[in-house]
Write a protein that binds this ligand. Structure first.
Ligand SMILES: [Zn+2]
Length: 483
């Protein structure tokens, strides 16, 4: 998930907690029920139940996450093993009888290189002592010279404080934004707010610091967990080195800087090479009556390099694949085309969905809905939905099917509920984002700890069921959702 999503997630979480549908839009309002009753045949309701039960009873999605993470591993844009993941997913979809198209996407190639930091001067430093700092480079990093840089550190807690210091006290220094991720908010259900508050500094901190003459910028890692984990992510390229230190290291630096002068030696060699070719994987399970009408089910295949990208977002790709696998295995023939998309480069610029928006612009009027899963693999609570209010009652029968395992919330949102479906949402296509329980998601997000063991097999089955039921309902309802 990138910076832009912070705002959406924030909104989503607040909706989740506070918003209620207007009474007239309640799932149980008799009048509001009228359209869906006509458009969901008894056969469709039975099929949705069968899909749900099949998904809750198998581990197809888990096996896909396991292969993508344990066998392939990290999948940053432009890496050869990311290409291996592209070809693996394409082959799996072909085996399910899908028509597969690899859509060419030009992406930056992320190369991490050496990275290290230590405090070489600080108040009360014992003779010869050096404090090693745990950190990671960020996506928009400009590399330091090979031997690194050594410079004084200045610690700030917000943008105003930086501005108050002014060029005079920032120029030639390394700026650290010490802005903590609020774990209490996250654990209370406000994970989107917690992320949104902190990620703004990762996104534009380096740009603001560079504007005042800083020679490098560090942020406190955006995420929870007190295990000295560095959280990487994209930042707006600012022409200076940019990294994220762990929460523990940010606190250490802040304590020492409060006592006096701190100097750091910093090596951040990460950089990107532009314009390497990669692919969105697009697999069509052709509709029986209206093959030109498309329902997208999707997640993103690329990941950061520190972990193996299990919760972000092999899980999303895998549950989208499972929708196709279930339809294939159960011998179903939905009216409309179900299109599985494994997006490329959600993390480092969004070139995959930008390219799709260009290549498929003429067909957006035939995209009847789009679903994305990119908030991990914990228990699904339902869907955030960007659609016209009149569309929501049409979802009620599908909600009834999802209710048995608690994935039946429908929360309207004004913004795209996912980064990769945002061009579709912007064009008025009804857009759905799976709302996973995100309380611990940001503990592992973009860290070395985003690995297969964080995926709970039962929760992943529930996610597969949620996407399959909603995807199939949208692809087989008698009429399409109003828009
Ligand atoms: Zn993601």
């Amino acid at each position: 998930m990138r910076t832009v999503i912070a705002v959406l997630t924030l909104l989503l979480a607040s909706i989740l907690v506070f918003a209620q549908n207007k009474p007239a839009r309640s799932s149980y309002d008799a009048e509001a029920m009228a359209p869906p009753v006509k458009t969901y045949s008894p056969e469709l309701m039975k099929t949705l139940g069968t899909l749900r039960d099949a998904a809750l009873g198998d581990d197809y999605a888990y096996r896909q996450v396991a292969y993508l993470t344990d066998n392939i591993g990290p999948r940053p844009t432009g890496w050869s093993q990311t290409d291996a993941a592209v070809h693996y997913v394409a082959e799996q979809l072909r085996m399910l009888g899908l028509e597969v198209h690899l859509e060419e996407v030009h992406v930056p190639r992320w190369i991490r290189g050496a990275e290290s930091a230590e405090l070489v001067e600080y108040p009360g430093r014992a003779e010869g002592a050096v404090q090693r700092i745990v950190l990671t480079a960020l996506g928009g990093n400009t590399p330091t010279p090979e031997g690194g840089i050594t410079a004084p550190l200045v610690v700030v807690h917000n943008f105003d404080e930086l501005k108050t210091l002014g060029r005079e006290r920032v120029e030639g220094k390394i700026v650290l934004f010490d802005v903590p991720f609020d774990e209490k908010k996250a654990m209370a259900g406000f994970w989107g707010e917690a992320y949104g508050e902190a990620v703004d500094y990762r996104g534009r901190g380096a740009k603001e610091a560079a504007a005042l003459g800083a020679i490098a910028c560090l942020v406190r890692s955006v995420g929870g967990a007190d295990h000295r984990l560095a959280h990487t992510g994209h930042n707006t390229p600012a022409g200076i080195p940019a990294g994220a230190v762990t929460g523990e290291d940010a606190a250490l630096i802040a304590r020492l800087a409060a006592q006096g002068k701190v100097r750091m030696h910093l090596v951040l060699q990460a950089h990107t090479q532009e314009d390497r070719v990669s692919f969105n994987v697009i697999g069509d399970l052709k509709g029986s009556e209206h093959p030109e009408q498309v329902v997208v089910v999707s997640g993103h295949l690329d990941s950061w390099d520190l972990g193996t990208g299990a919760i972000d977002d092999a899980a999303g790709v895998a549950v989208a694949m499972e929708t196709a696998e279930l339809v294939h295995r159960l011998g179903l023939h939905p009216r409309r085309t179900i299109r599985v998309i494994a997006w490329m480069d959600e993390e480092n610029g969004g070139h995959g969905h930008d390219t799709y928006a260009k290549d498929y612009a003429a067909e957006f009027s035939n995209h009847v809905a789009a679903i994305e899963s990119d908030l991990g693999s914990d228990h699904p609570l339902g869907f955030a939905v960007k659609a016209v209010p009149d569309a929501l009652p049409w979802l009620a029968p599908a909600q009834e099917i999802l209710r048995s395992f608690g994935a039946n919330l429908i929360k309207p949102t004004e913004h795209s509920p996912g980064a990769d479906i945002s061009p579709l949402a912007g064009a008025g296509v009804p857009a759905f984002g799976v709302i996973e329980d995100g309380r611990t998601y940001f503990n592992y997000h973009h860290t070395a700890a985003d690995t297969l063991d964080k995926v709970n097999p039962q929760s992943l089955r529930e996610n597969a069921a949620a996407m399959a039921v909603m995807g199939y309902a949208l692809a087989d309802m008698e009429q399409v959702l109003p828009r």
